[in-house]
Design a binder for this molecule. Structure first.
Ligand code: ATP
Length: 219
């Protein structure tokens, strides 16, 4: 059976999550306390209901515990975000994904059992900054506080050189885990093959090591 999703809070983040899931063919229950917002989103999700997610009875009546994943996308009202997460976990919702607006909010969410905490503004800010460092950085994904993955187009300096010649691991302390070429993924990448134009390196490492690598090969 396909996963059942519910999204609480139809701000910019929540509505983008709900809309994308819906476009991907999944059933989504969208919940917001504001009637007008519910009307707006009802055009593109399977079900949209007006309810206050801090009202335990209302959540029970919606059968929220039967959803596989519930996203809490309430930002401004931190108290409502925390209370909602607590109610969902106490009701036994399998997976909760909760948007945090700052580190302290995130810490509290972790303590009360949120399964995944996302920081959309912070993450997007980091991505934009990495794109700004160099035009050959394609993507940046934070894995933990210390480690990330960077996707980087081979710079002019790298062309014709193999990974062994570049000595990425010893010189920069990062690992090239894959090379993408024309939508083809080469995993693991060859240590000997010379890098070609349009090759994309997928690199994992400590943030400080990756930054050093990015800056060295920035274009
Ligand atoms: P954005 O994703 O646009 O940045 P935001 O972080 O500013 O959103 P808010 O605007 O505070 O978040 O809330 C998002 C939505 O959540 C709003 O549409 C609001 O009506 C809804 N919301 C807030 N509290 C509750 C609640 N207790 N129950 C249901 N919906 C709620």
């Amino acid at each position: 059976m396909r996963k059942q999703f519910a999204v609480i809070g139809m701000g910019r983040f929540g509505s983008a999550v709900a809309k994308t899931l819906s476009q991907l063919g999944f059933e989504v229950l969208a919940i917001d306390q504001d009637e007008e917002t519910v009307q707006d989103v009802s055009a593109y999700v399977t079900h949209a209901v007006q309810a206050d997610s801090t009202d335990e009875e209302a959540m029970r009546a919606l059968g929220i515990r039967n959803f596989d994943v519930v996203v809490v996308a309430i930002g401004e009202d931190i108290q409502a975000s925390i209370l909602t997460t607590l109610i969902l976990k106490e009701m036994g919702v399998a997976t909760t994904i909760v948007k945090a607006v700052n580190d302290l909010h995130g810490k509290v969410l972790k303590k009360i059992g949120a399964d995944k905490i996302v920081y959309p503004e912070r993450d997007m800010g980091q991505r934009v900054a990495h794109h700004m460092i160099s035009s050959n950085i394609i993507d940046y994904i934070e894995l933990s506080a210390d480690y990330s993955i960077v996707e980087m187009r081979a710079s002019k300096e790298m062309l014709g050189k193999s990974l062994r010649e570049l000595d990425v691991r010893a010189k920069y302390g990062c690992n090239v885990i894959a090379i993408k070429h024309n939508e083809q993924m080469i995993i693991p990448p060859s240590a000997e093959a010379p890098l070609k134009q349009e090759d994309i390196l997928v690199i994992v490492g400590k943030n400080s090591s990756l930054q050093n690598f990015e800056v060295t090969f920035a274009e």
